[in-house]
Every structure is written in structure tokens, then in C-alpha cells.
Design a protein around this ligand. Structure first.
Ligand code: DCP
Length: 706
């Protein structure tokens, strides 16, 4: 459900930048001979020339639409150039488009806080830049206003008297009598025009933009004048813009809520909402949604630009329409393996490049049953904690699928029909990784120790109440299953996610992505405490050699970002993040074993020890270890599945004196505090006996040699 957020300030300058016919532009950059020609990108599916997923503006003039297939487009525009989307693993490969989007983001983010909303859309908060310009270099002081800015469309600016449009825009920008908010927007016009020209210069792509005082209005405006133009919404023209706007066109009102407003309240345009007092809307839709509706009718939206250059989730999906529907379990498994392989690759590169880890794996599918009275039943989406490593993701995704299928066709259906066609078909499959959070810098080094070890799953997520019992039966032991079908979050309409690879079918894919992201992304809550170094190892395997230098290079920057983030969150966090928590999440023994940690301090101080060990079958290995001996301890793994049998784990035990204080700096700040608190009053002696400059990982080496 939408949530009303108070307007943080009514003098913000927000831009929404949307690339024009984005995939077409990317393909035209690769093949410059296509520039200026009617062109469309078709998806990977040769049936009737493939479905169009992006159409150039030249082709649109001929009536070519995204809903068409290639053959149909040729009928209305015989000279159309059809370019097939790149293909990998038998499906669309969107990596090229994704990185082209990143090029644009890196330029746009130079002038203000930047939120990447999808593969080709960005929000910018330009308030500071506009305030600075107004204070130091206001438009009136400029010798020349750039042509691109003069081409802006300013809503409410009357051009009907035949006067020179550009001259009107120039006057509007230069008005001395304008209020502060309009003056800021005038600066926004100049800044956005400049950014768009810079994008064109550096990437060869054109884009369009909306400039307003909030995200909602900026987004509405960006699509009003395309391609390669910008539209401005001064506050005086908000009512005019919203009055006639069909209610379902508003973000978050395309679904059930919009339908209810139309059918139950007779609201067809946003303006129609104005007649209802806030209390009435709250009565009908709840306090939050009621207030939100009351606000949007007046163009009020407090939603902040998030300052996020990276996607909130990664996903990989494919559609199997018509005769391509998957009708056997092995066929589904084959495709799931492909999708998971791609997802895993992306997760690893995200970890490698951005030091971020995802925590939740979700499987979505669309299905039909050929003979069923319950044909409306949806294939349930299923989630579980995400384990890194392609094989593990494949295994878990397949188990999620089986859980979903069992729920969809019934327990006995699955049992008796096995792999044979049994009247069901899968028309789309997707896997996604969400709850992506940055990893604190210290764990990079720690993670190296865990390289190659088997993993269990890790997650801070608590199972939902409505976990499906049957589904649980099919999940790997130790995995929780989260059913998203009944999740209240599923109704929230979220912007499409950036990092999707989908073999697209125009009529459903983006909406599906939105639906999916809505059910997943809302839970993203910044930092979590359950850092699981072993998860990292699966990816670190892939870039082991490179990693050493990368980590060293990035740690400083990452640490400073982490510290910055933590500063804001510390007060809010429930409980104190703890190194103990950190190690608790590394639990390779879901059954019968658990982690134990202890810090043994003695009054004398020199015997103080940091011990991190594993308990097995009720015995703490740390306890078995003779305090003072540094011999690593081992026990057998009883982890599930393919991890069985490879497990030998160690306990670590150090005298406080042996720990180089400098390595503590590698840990997240609250853990540093905690360790220092342990040591104090035992006294922390910086010039102790230890080797300075070694890494925290040294202390986790199974063959510690001091
Ligand atoms: N896309 C897709 N499947 C869809 C819709 C879009 O694969 N059903 C891809 C192709 C588009 C890109 O996403 O180029 C961005 O989508 P937009 O909706 O922003 O549309 P375009 O950028 O193509 O055109 P416009 O200039 O109208 O924004």
C-alpha cells in the first residue's frame, strides 16, 4: 500500500531522466548506419518476426508500436530495421543495455543525488546544485542561455499568442519577480539541459527529462515531450496537470487501488480526488493510504531521491509462450539452471565490484492448467535465503519451483505424474535475488579464510507466518520457505528494477518486473547484521587472484561509505551489532551444531583470549581446545546436500596480547568498539607484542603460526 511521506521541503528541485527508445539507441550506437532509420529491437523469439521491445521515434511515425511483432511492423513500415536483442544461454542478454545505462548514470550523478530507478530511468535531486547556482551564478547573470534550455516546455507558460516560444522561456527563466521556488526550477532547467547535453556528448544517447519539486511530478513530466526534450512543472501548474490526468496513470494506482477508486468512489481523474476530505479517504483506505491519496491529488509527495546508483535486486527470467510452454519438470529444471547461472554471475560481479550481497532468492512463475475449474489460480512465488554459488542457487531455485508446483497442482498431482506431461504448462520463469546490502569492509579480509568451504544458508529474514506446509516438505533441509503470494507487500507498485534480464514479452514483462520488485524490494533495509563470510567465498573463488589487490584498493573507500551509512543508522538499530552475531551467521551446521564464541578474560590480563569455535553435538570445540594451545580444532560437517562430507572446521583461540590492534580497524566500527570494550579494562596496549600491519584474516587462518 502506498505510504504518505510528509513533504521534506517544498523547495526541492527534482529531475526524472528517461532515455529515449533506449535499446534502439544502444543498438544504433553499435551500428551507426541505423541512425535516423526506422528501427526496432525484437526479442529473442523468431515467431512472426519476434515481439518488439523498443521502437525508434522514426518508426513510431509509421504507426509501429511496441505491442507488434516484427512481421506486423514490416506491414506498416516495410523499411523498418529489426535488430534482435543479444542472446546468451538461449535467452535475451541485457548486459549491454545495463552497462549503457550505467554510463548515463555516472554522468547524471555528477550534479546531485542520483537514484537509478530502472535500466533507463534516473531520479536526480538537484536542490543543492540549484541553490548554489542561484546564490553564485543566477540565470539573470548569464550572458547566454543555452539553446537546449530554451527548448524546455514549461507547463502553464502561455505560448498561444504567437510569441516566440524560446523568448518566453528565456523570460520565464530570467524573471526577477519569480518566487524562490520558481527561481530554483529555473536553475534546474539549466542544470538538466547541461547534463542532457553532456550525456549526448559522452554516450551518443538522447534522453528526456521532467523537472519539478518532487519525484511524482518530475516522473509525470518526463514523458510528456519526447524524444530529447525536457518539461518543467512549476507549482502554479500542478493543478492543471493533475486535474485531467486519468487516475490509473498515476504511479501506484495502475492496479487494485486505482480500480477501487474508479468503481467504488467514481474517481476517474486525479482531479476527481480533490472533492474528498482526507478523513473520508482514510476511512475508506486506511490512514496512510488515505493521506497519500489526499496528497497526490494536490501534487504533494515527500518521497526522497534515494541516492542509489546500483540496482535493488537482480533477476533473470524467460517467457515460454504458446507451444513453447514448459510441460515437464526436467524442462523447467533445464531453464532454471540457465537462469540461475546468469543470476549467480551477476551476484558475483556485484559482490566483486560493489561489495554487496543479496540475501533472498525468489522464484516466480506463470503457469496454466489445461483442465481445471480453478484456472485462475496463480503459481505461487516462493522465496528462501540465498546461498551463493551457482550450484546452490540452482538447487534452491529448483526446490522452490517444486514447492510452488506442488501447491499449484496439488500434492498428489506432483507425486503421481512425475515428469510426464500432466496438463500443466509453465509460460514464464524467473529467479531473483533481493535484499542486497553492502558488506562491511572488515569482512572482506575475513572472507578469504572461508574460501572454498561449504556453506549453509544465511539470512536475517524471518519466515512469514503463512509459510506453506507442503512447500516446506520440498525445500532443502534447513531452508525456510517464504510464500509471497499472500504477502501484503505484493500489492505495492514499485518502479521497475534495473538489473533484470528477461526474454521479454512486451505486454507483461515490465509489469511483472514491477510486481516482483514490489514484493521484494520494499523490505530492503540497509545494513543487516548477519554477515556471512562463507557466502563470499563462493564468489571470491572466481576472482581470487584479482581480489587481493581489489580489496586493498577498495577497502578504504568502502569503509568510509560504510561508516557514513552506519552513523545515521546506529541510533535506529535494534540491539548492538556484534562480532558474535557476525560469526553466528556463519553456521555450516544447520543441524545439531552451532557456533560458540567466547572471550575469556582473566584478571591478569595476559591470558585474555578471543575464542571463536564451533559446537558440535553439544560439545564446544572451544571448550575441548586447551586454552593457551593454538592447535586448531576440527569437527565433521553435518550440513545438508552436496556439502556433506567436506567439512572440517576449526576453532580459533588467541591471547589478547597476540592480536595486532591495527587489524581491528578492518572491522566495522561497532565491532571495533565491542572488541575494545572486551579488552578494556583489561587494557588495550597498542604497542603490544604483536606484528603490526597484518590483516584480520591472519587471525582466522586455520594454520596460524604466530
Ligand atoms: N523494455 C522491454 N520490454 C518492455 C518494455 C521495455 O524490454 N515491455 C525495454 C526496452 C526499452 C527499455 O526497456 O528500450 C526502456 O523502456 P521504456 O518504457 O523506457 O521505453 P523506451 O526507452 O524504449 O522508449 P521511450 O522513449 O518511450 O521511453
Amino acid at each position: 500500500m502506498p505510504v504518505a511521506k510528509p513533504e521534506s521541503s517544498d523547495s526541492r528541485v527534482i529531475a526524472h531522466v528517461d532515455m529515449d527508445c533506449f535499446y534502439v539507441q544502444v543498438e544504433q550506437r553499435k551500428q551507426p548506419q541505423l541512425r535516423g532509420l526506422p528501427t526496432a529491437v525484437v526479442q529473442y523469439n523468431e515467431w512472426k518476426g519476434g515481439a518488439l521491445i523498443a521502437v525508434s521515434y522514426e518508426a513510431r511515425k509509421f504507426g509501429v508500436k511496441r505491442s507488434m511483432r516484427g512481421a506486423e511492423a514490416k506491414e506498416v513500415c516495410p523499411q523498418i530495421q529489426l535488430v534482435q536483442v543479444p542472446v546468451a544461454r538461449g535467452k535475451a542478454d541485457l548486459n549491454g543495455y545495463r552497462s549503457a545505462g550505467s554510463e548515463v548514470v555516472s554522468i547524471l550523478s555528477r550534479r546531485g543525488r542520483c537514484e537509478r530507478a530502472s535500466i533507463d530511468e534516473v531520479y536526480l535531486d538537484l536542490t543543492d546544485a540549484a541553490e548554489t547556482m542561484l546564490a553564485e551564478n543566477p540565470p539573470q547573470s548569464l550572458e547566454k542561455i543555452d539553446e537546449e534550455a530554451l527548448k524546455s516546455h514549461i507547463l502553464g507558460l502561455n505560448n498561444e499568442d504567437g510569441s516566440d516560444i524560446k523568448e518566453n522561456v528565456r523570460n520565464w527563466i530570467n524573471r526577477h519577480s519569480a518566487d524562490h521556488r520558481d527561481k530554483l526550477l529555473a536553475c534546474g532547467i539549466l542544470i538538466v539541459a547541461e547534463l542532457r547535453m553532456q550525456v549526448l556528448k559522452e554516450t551518443e544517447f538522447t534522453c528526456s527529462a521532467g523537472i519539478a519539486h518532487n519525484k511524482m511530478l518530475a516522473k509525470l513530466a518526463s514523458g510528456m515531450n519526447k524524444p530529447s526534450q525536457q518539461t518543467v512543472v512549476p507549482s502554479s501548474s500542478v493543478n492543471g496537470l493533475l486535474n485531467t490526468l486519468p487516475i490509473r496513470k498515476m504511479k501506484q494506482l495502475g492496479g487494485k487501488l486505482g480500480i477501487s477508486l474508479q468503481t467504488d468512489m467514481g474517481v476517474n481523474t486525479v482531479g476527481d480526488l480533490l472533492q474528498f476530505p482526507e478523513e473520508k479517504l482514510q476511512e475508506r483506505y486506511g490512514v496512510n493510504t488515505g493521506t497519500w491519496l489526499w496528497n497526490i491529488a494536490r501534487g504533494i509527495s515527500g518521497e526522497a531521491v534515494e541516492g542509489r546508483l546500483l540496482p535493488k535486486s537482480h533477476g533473470s527470467g524467460k517467457t515460454f509462450t504458446g507451444p513453447r510452454a514448459l510441460k515437464t519438470v526436467p524442462a523447467v529444471q533445464h531453464w532454471l539452471n540457465q537462469l540461475c547461472e546468469e543470476l549467480s554471475e551477476r551476484l558475483c560481479s556485484d559482490l566483486d565490484q560493489n561489495k554487496r550481497m543479496a540475501h533472498t532468492l525468489t522464484l516466480h512463475a506463470r503457469a496454466y492448467k489445461s483442465s481445471d475449474s480453478d484456472s485462475q489460480k496463480k503459481f505461487p512465488s516462493k522465496s528462501c535465503p540465498l546461498r551463493y554459488g551457482t550450484a546452490k542457487i540452482q538447487e534452491d531455485a529448483f526446490n522452490l519451483f517444486q514447492a510452488g508446483l506442488r501447491e499449484y497442482i496439488g500434492f498428489y498431482g506432483v507425486k503421481t505424474q512425475g515428469n510426464h506431461y500432466s496438463g500443466w504448462g509453465i509460460t514464464s520463469l524467473s529467479v531473483s535475488a533481493s535484499k542486497i546490502v553492502p558488506i562491511p569492509s572488515g569482512t572482506c579480509s575475513i572472507a578469504k579464510y572461508f574460501h572454498g568451504q561449504s556453506t549453509s544458508h544465511f539470512s536475517s529474514m524471518q519466515p512469514l507466518d503463512n509459510v506453506n506446509g507442503e512447500a516446506m516438505l520440498l525445500l532443502p533441509p534447513g531452508s525456510e520457505c517464504y510464500s509471497e503470494v499472500n504477502s501484503p507487500k505484493a500489492e505495492v507498485d514499485f518502479p521497475k528494477e534495473e538489473s533484470w534480464t528477461e526474454d521479454t514479452v512486451p505486454e507483461l514483462d515490465l509489469q511483472e518486473q514491477k510486481d516482483l520488485s514490489s514484493s521484494l524490494s520494499k523490505t530492503q533495509d540497509g545494513f543487516t547484521q548477519d554477515i556471512s563470510p562463507s557466502l563470499l567465498s563462493a564468489c571470491l573463488e572466481q576472482s581470487q587472484n584479482k581480489q587481493e589487490s581489489d580489496i586493498t584498493k577498495d577497502e578504504g573507500q568502502f569503509k568510509s561509505e560504510y561508516n557514513k551509512e552506519r552513523k545515521g543508522k546506529r541510533v535506529k538499530d535494534k540491539g548492538t551489532p556484534s562480532i558474535l552475531e557476525l560469526f553466528k551467521s556463519y553456521n555450516p551446521y544447520p543441524f545439531g551444531s552451532s557456533f560458540s564464541q567466547e572471550l575469556k578474560k582473566t584478571a591478569e590480563g595476559t591470558d585474555a583470549r578471543l575464542t571463536i569455535g564451533l559446537e558440535s553435538k553439544g560439545h564446544s570445540l572451544a571448550e575441548q581446545s586447551e586454552v593457551g594451545k593454538e592447535k586448531p580444532m576440527h569437527c565433521s560437517s553435518s550440513g545438508y546436500g552436496r556439502d556433506e562430507g567436506d567439512g572440517r572446521r576449526e576453532a580459533w583461540s588467541y591471547s589478547i596480547d597476540e592480536i595486532d590492534p591495527s587489524v581491528i580497524d578492518e572491522l566495522p566500527p561497532e565491532i571495533q568498539d565491542e572488541i575494545k570494550a572486551w579488552v578494556h579494562p583489561h587494557k588495550w596496549r597498542p604497542n603490544n607484542t604483536v606484528r603490526r600491519g597484518c590483516k584480520i584474516s591472519h587471525y582466522f587462518s586455520p594454520t596460524k603460526k604466530s
